[in-house]
Design a binder for this molecule. Structure first.
Ligand code: SF4
Length: 380
């Protein structure tokens, strides 16, 4: 059975960061109870899709989920437990922003059943934070992490970025070293990229060049390894095997229900056909649709070529790479369909292979986008 998880989108932020391409909406206030009751209605529909399958993880993403009260999060989690069969080891993650961190809220989330907080620190340098338009400062981030600890979260992730405007290698190193002082079990450490349609893409800030980025990455990777963190995905590091199970399910082409404004889902039916779902993006429109006929606006079938590309796009991000057994189970295709593409990947020394599967080589890791592009539907 393909694992199933549930993504819940909570779309509002205090302000909009200029690099962000998420479905996030800046608003000073919002109608929390109306949105929550709409989520509950939508869970009723989504439960029909889940049928007798068990939910393995729930992820509250945004936007800024920590703007929601513990009462709201408890109501949502209670509804999830009522509507779905949930695993006894259910992982429940909630994204929190330092700017909206609140001691009582964090404790309330923990009591409601959230067992993992993901805190969007991004940097501990006030100048860097200002340059990327974040609404919080270094001190807010430190306080938020302390609140998470005091609330009893033994599992927390820190989101940290490098390659920020005008950032020097020593500043990126200092950010990581400061993060490690808090001993998070998990670090998402990723490079700032210019996403189409964002203010940063329209008017790019002065970013470090490719050589400096590579130097930052190599130095940072060394620091993390020496501190006992293992990299299991391009941007994800953890201690003691504490991977984010929800995200691993994405990267392994598992199924997930997406509920909330603009949420995406991916489902495999009994005959192995794969569908992607999308919900109405605007929060007001989404609530109106949820209160009427339902908030899903799109359901796209994935043909064999798309399944192969999507699978490889996720699995090649994993340090462990692609297991052939998983490839065949998730795409419904035999591994031999990749023969031609793999010949090219080998010729460019982009993959390391074993009888059980393959992973990106050291060179493939550096040129991961190029490696993934080899698997585009028209190329396979
Ligand atoms: S806080 Fe996060 S979701 Fe909100 S605008 Fe900034 S990057 Fe986007």
């Amino acid at each position: 059975m393909i694992p199933l998880s549930l993504y819940v989108h909570l779309p509002w932020c205090v302000s909009r960061c200029p690099y962000c391409d998420f479905n996030a909406h800046a608003a000073p206030t919002f109608d929390e109870s109306r949105y929550v009751e709409c989520l509950v209605r939508e869970f009723g529909q989504a439960a029909g899709e889940a049928r007798d399958r068990t939910i393995e993880s729930v992820f509250f993403g945004g936007g800024t989920p920590s703007r929601f009260s513990p009462t709201a999060i408890r109501r949502v989690l209670d509804a999830i437990r009522t509507e779905f069969d949930c695993s006894s080891s259910l992982e429940v993650t909630l994204e929190a922003n330092p700017q909206s961190a609140d001691r009582e809220h964090f404790a309330g989330y923990r009591e409601a059943g959230v067992d993992r907080l993901s805190i969007g620190v991004q940097s501990f340098d006030d100048h860097c934070l200002r340059r990327i338009g974040r609404a919080h400062g270094r001190e807010d981030a430190c306080v938020a992490i302390d609140f998470a600890r005091q609330a009893g979260f033994s599992r927390f992730n820190l989101d940290l970025m490098y390659g920020l405007p005008n950032q020097q290698v020593n500043q990126a190193r200092a950010d990581l070293e400061r993060a490690l002082e808090f001993e998070p079990e998990h670090l998402s450490w990723y490079q700032l990229t210019l996403e189409p349609g964002t203010p940063f893409a329209v008017k790019p800030p002065p970013l470090p060049d490719g050589d400096h980025l590579w130097e930052m990455y190599q130095e940072g990777a060394g620091i993390l390894e020496r501190a006992g963190y293992a990299q299991y995905e391009v941007s994800a590091w953890c201690r003691d095997g504490a991977v984010c199970r929800h995200n691993v399910n994405y990267w392994e082409y598992g199924d997930y229900l997406g509920v909330g404004a603009g949420a995406h889902g991916k489902l495999t039916d009994d005959s192995g056909e794969v569908f992607r779902t999308v919900q109405v993006p605007g929060p007001d429109d989404w609530m109106a649709a949820a209160e009427a006929e339902g908030a899903e606006i799109e359901r796209q079938h994935r043909d064999a070529g798309s399944r192969i590309f999507e699978f490889m796009l996720g699995a090649l991000r994993l340090k462990a790479g692609v297991a052939w057994s998983l490839f065949e189970a998730r795409t419904g295709q035999p591994r031999k369909v990749l023969s031609n593409v793999l010949a090219k990947a080998r010729a460019y020394s982009l993959v390391d292979e074993s009888p059980q599967g393959l992973c990106a080589s050291e060179r493939g890791w550096r040129y991961l986008n190029d490696l993934c592009e080899l698997f585009l539907p028209d190329s396979v």
